[in-house]
Design a protein. Structure first.
Length: 301
């Protein structure tokens, strides 16, 4: 499917970096989605995919997963978002953002005040002041709220954009109506000259040039998935996105059902595992960990 939106190469570092800067991190719960547990932990044996998708299993056994976004406050670059969470319309009619079929197959829970723009205002941040949104990837639960931030520059792996706009994207978790807007889309290149390894993470890009926000290539869940590493005042914070759904997956205890590339997924998990082992004080927030989320603090740093 063709799209009207265009993407251009990102020119990094973006303006606003400050030597030795640290950032503040606000985890934002934008709602919840109900899924079969097999999506998080691939079943064994015959018909694993069907059973993982919930076929033959009561919906009473399905679980509610947090759908997060993150506000990052930089002392010079200002407010930056990681992902956009659920669109405000999901609180009333999920089909408007996800389509009738997806809305019927999944369940959503969302209050109007959980929309990213509402949460920004509650924290004293005007959404029009958000100049940068880093997209871990463009799956529907991460890109649903894109249209609410028309003034922002959206940063993502160029490989993710190409995957999302290819025909058949709906079968791979994309919905072009969510992101096909004439906004400023910028593609980073993890094979470019500015890529460097950092703390056991093989491919990283310094977003602002001051080391406070690093983009980390973690493909596998999607071909262009990226995680984000932050420098807080007292520690580092790794936002894994969907490179791992749950913290327990970092140790290889479970593997999700649907992966674009299992080899790359396992390589990304190994890198995250090495980082965690060698940086024991780091805050690591997984993509949809329903056990971890209630324990998170409102703000870090």
């Amino acid at each position: 499917m063709s799209v009207s939106a265009e993407i251009r190469p990102a020119q990094l570092p973006l303006p606003g970096g400050r030597p030795d800067a640290t950032v503040r991190l606000h985890p934002l719960l934008t709602g919840e989605v109900r899924v079969p547990p097999g999506l998080l932990e691939r079943p064994e044996g015959r018909f694993a995919t069907l059973r993982g998708l919930g076929v033959g299993r009561s919906r009473r056994d399905w679980v509610w997963l947090p759908v997060p976004a993150f506000l990052v406050e930089h002392p010079a670059a200002g407010p930056i978002l990681i992902d956009t969470g659920l669109h405000p319309s999901v609180a009333i009619d999920p089909a408007q953002s996800f389509g009738a079929l997806a809305a019927r197959l999944s369940g959503f829970r969302m209050r109007p005040d959980q929309a990213v723009t509402a949460q920004l205002r509650a924290r004293g941040v005007d959404p029009t002041d958000v100049a940068v949104v880093v997209m871990t990837h463009l799956h529907t639960d991460h890109a649903s709220g894109v249209s609410e931030l028309p003034h922002a520059n959206f940063i993502l792996d160029g490989r993710e954009w190409e995957a999302a706009i290819r025909p058949g994207g709906g079968l791979r978790g994309y919905r072009t109506a969510q992101f096909d807007h004439g906004f400023d889309w910028w593609a980073v290149d993890f094979d470019g000259p500015d890529v460097e390894s950092f703390a056991d993470l093989g491919q990283t890009l310094d977003l602002l040039g001051d080391g406070s926000i690093r983009l980390v290539a973690t493909p596998g869940h999607t071909v262009g998935h990226q995680s984000v590493l932050l420098r807080l005042a007292d520690r580092e914070a790794l936002l894994t996105g969907d490179a791992v759904y749950e913290v327990r997956a970092i140790q290889g205890e479970v593997e999700p059902l649907l992966l674009q590339d299992r080899h790359l997924f396992r390589r990304s998990v190994r890198e995250i595992r090495r980082y965690v082992e060698r940086t024991p004080g780091a805050l690591v927030i997984a993509g949809h960990d329903r056990r971890q989320w209630p324990r998170l603090e409102p703000v870090y740093g």
